[in-house]
Design a protein around this ligand. Structure first.
Ligand code: ZN
Length: 223
């Protein structure tokens, strides 16, 4: 059993950590980690050729080591026009559903909209089997809505914020429904596990085993 870092932009190459590096269309593929997720990030959709992006996504998804599609999602704070975000998110949903890969979600102030799309993908796509909202830092009520929709949550740096809501959200999240990550932060993933263990009032080994079990059941079993 290893440690899992579900979502990072800065893999450090520790031999005992399985790191899923987040890559988006237009970015150079570094292969710094043997494992990756590939997506169309709502921040980087300007002048995007959606057909070319979808082709890239499908090629990348077929490579060994591509464990998930994402990050993908909707962001109400970024400049990217909403229709372009919806189109790109639709492509990612479709590729995730077609390939059986989990979908890692980037969501800023659009929880209701994303849950609505997941519950009613309409003609656009089937729903992916596993959907994880990454970098979760919202209230427990928002967490409950996302969990109720059958999705998972991934927690990172927000757990260290004294005034944040993420710690309480993690405390209330069922054991089989959470992951841990470092995202853009250059922090040690093991420190995130230690913090999660403190919040859940269990030994670190319990968190490590649980997250690994979740990985095997919901992420790695998909390929
Ligand atoms: Zn990220």
């Amino acid at each position: 059993m290893q440690w899992l870092n579900l979502h990072t932009h800065h893999p450090v190459g520790s031999t005992d950590v399985l790191e899923i590096e987040s890559l988006y269309f237009g970015q150079e593929i570094t292969h710094r980690s043997g494992f990756r997720s590939v997506g169309l990030h709502p921040w980087y959709l300007e002048r995007l050729d959606l057909a070319a992006a979808e082709q890239w996504l499908r090629q990348q998804a077929a490579l060994p080591g591509t464990l998930a599609i994402g990050e993908a999602g909707l962001d109400k704070v970024t400049q990217t026009p909403w229709p372009a975000q919806l189109d790109a998110f639709g492509v990612c949903l479709r590729v995730a559903a077609d390939t059986g890969k989990p979908l890692l979600i980037h969501c800023v102030k659009a929880y209701g909209e994303i849950v609505q799309i997941l519950n009613h993908p309409g003609g656009v796509a089937r729903r992916p089997r596993t959907v994880v909202f990454h970098g979760f830092d919202k209230h427990p009520q928002t967490a409950q809505m996302v969990l109720h929709a059958g999705c998972h949550l991934s927690f990172g740096a927000a757990l260290f914020r004294e005034d944040g809501h993420a710690a309480e959200a993690l405390r209330q999240t069922p054991a089989e429904r959470f992951f841990l990550e470092t995202d853009v932060q250059k922090i040690d993933i093991k420190a995130v596990y230690a913090r999660a263990a403190e919040i859940r009032d269990v030994p670190v080994s319990v968190v490590q085993e649980q997250v690994w079990e979740n990985f095997e059941q919901y992420i790695s079993s998909a390929f």
